[in-house]
Design a protein around this ligand. Structure first.
Ligand SMILES: C[S@@+](CC[C@H](N)C(=O)[O-])C[C@H]1O[C@@H](n2cnc3c(N)ncnc32)[C@H](O)[C@@H]1O
Length: 425
């Protein structure tokens, strides 16, 4: 029996939006195969499990007539809503019982769909409707997707693996048929002349929003959504915010009230981020970009001056390890950015002291979390550890204390700018 996992309207509209068109390499390969094996005329192509019609539409320029067939009414309704293809029609129906006379079809395709079919009945039906020397093209992409983005491809792929693991209990066994690249189905096709290609590498450039939208189209995600709507929604939100570059925000135009970046803007592609923040902010929405300087100050009884002298040595030792992308001063970068910001309503604050009581070890840990310290740690772990232990010991001696849990007052100098997106822009 056909598994009905694609029935819902909302799932069909995600399909229309986020499923990929078949790549040109694949289309060319199929048409060339048909030309070689059967030759012209190309009268009728039938696209089985057509979903929202991406593959069906792509066949229209090669055939007099294309028919898309899908068991899901919602998918077919979405497919029909795309106009502009006069030689394309759709029918609700199954791949195992086709509404065509014997020997009438030149090409039968199934894009990411054949794994759902009842293999035996489908093959029988394909043999019946195909013309002599007519062709069958079954293809898909299984789960073999590799995500690349600058140097963080591995991290992104791990996130994709995490999503797959969470969805595993909701994954139909039919998906394994797709992941096996339809091996058994291929073997079961009784045509003497057949070919199986296991990999056609295709690269697509997608936004994070499109990647998440694609995950959302998975039948297992939809099954998870039915079983536990709030957990499924949270999974997508979590996955989006785990890895979404600030320059490519997964939000609609004019949909965000406040965009903040704390100790982060200096790492961004500054102008692309500002453009993106502008895009997503509502009119009168605000931008708050904040940072603090590395040279935090310590106060402890009457020895604060001494302590800050030692702290400054700590900062000076780390300065050569500052990432060159950050330039010599993030303060200047923020100020320059503020000055060039075109919003008429904006304000700049160049010192905003925040004082808090922390254990001395907390202060040292804070400096250790800075990227400059982390760079030194990577380059020379022993030297990094020696430096922070030495500084901590000297601070303790200057304080006349013995425990690194002794509390000090740490003063942090924040600076920031706030800006409000104009109404008419
Ligand atoms: C993963 S979707 C692929 C849709 C489209 N071909 C694409 O590439 O985006 C699989 C589609 O196959 C349809 N389907 C599943 N079993 C079917 C069957 N036995 N006969 C016809 N369609 C079927 C589903 O309703 C769904 O729309």
């Amino acid at each position: 029996m056909t598994e009905r996992l694609f029935e819902e309207k909302q799932h069909a509209s995600l399909y229309q939006k986020y499923r990929f068109d078949p790549p040109d390499e694949l289309k060319d390969l199929i048409i060339q195969y048909l030309d070689k094996k059967k030759g012209k005329p190309h009268q009728l192509a039938v696209d089985l499990g057509c979903g929202t019609g991406q593959n069906s539409r792509s066949l229209t320029k090669y055939f007099e007539q294309v028919v898309g067939i899908d068991v899901s009414e919602s998918q077919v309704a979405e497919a029909r809503a795309v106009s502009g293809f006069p030689n394309l029609s759709y029918r609700v129906g199954t791949a195992e019982e086709l509404p065509f006379p014997d020997g009438s079809v030149d090409l039968l395709t199934a894009a990411s769909a054949a794994h759902w079919f009842d293999a035996e009945r489908f093959i029988k039906e394909a043999i019946r409707v195909l013309k002599p020397r007519g062709c069958l093209a079954l293809f898909g992409y299984g789960d073999s997707m590799d995500i690349h983005f600058e140097s963080c491809g591995d991290r992104l792929n791990n996130i994709y693996e995490d999503v797959k693991q969470i969805l595993l209990p909701y994954t139909s066994s039919k998906v394994n048929v797709a992941n096996s690249k339809l091996k058994d189905l291929f073997e079961a096709i009784p045509f003497p002349d057949k070919e199986r290609i296991e990999i056609i590498p295709v690269k697509l450039q997608l936004s994070i929003k499109a990647v998440i939208g694609y995950f959302e189209t998975f039948s297992m995600y939809q099954a998870y959504l039915r079983a536990d709507p709030s957990a499924a929604t949270a999974l997508l939100e979590r996955t989006t915010s785990r890895e979404s570059p600030a320059e490519e925000l997964p939000f609609e135009d004019g949909s965000v009230d406040l965009v903040t970046a704390m100790s982060a803007f200096h790492w961004f592609d500054h102008s692309r981020f500002l453009q993106e923040a502008h895009r997503v902010l509502k009119p009168h929405g605000c931008l708050a970009v904040l940072n603090y300087t590395m040279d935090m100050e310590l106060s402890y009884r009457d020895c604060s001056e001494n302590l800050n002298h030692i702290c400054n040595e700590f900062y000076a030792a780390l300065r050569p390890f500052r990432n060159p992308y950050l330039g010599s001063s993030s303060f200047e970068l923020y100020k320059k950015t503020y000055d060039s910001l075109q919003y008429p309503v904006k304000e700049w604050q160049d010192i905003f002291w925040v004082k808090k009581t922390v254990a001395l070890s907390g202060y040292v840990g804070m400096v250790e979390s800075f990227s400059a310290f982390q760079a030194l740690l990577k380059k020379d772990p022993e030297e990094a550890r020696r430096l922070s232990q030495d500084i901590e010991q000297r601070l303790l001696r200057a304080m006349g204390a013995t425990s690194s849990e002794t509390e000090v007052i740490m003063g942090v100098k924040y600076f920031y700018f706030l800006a409000c997106k104009p109404e008419n822009d």
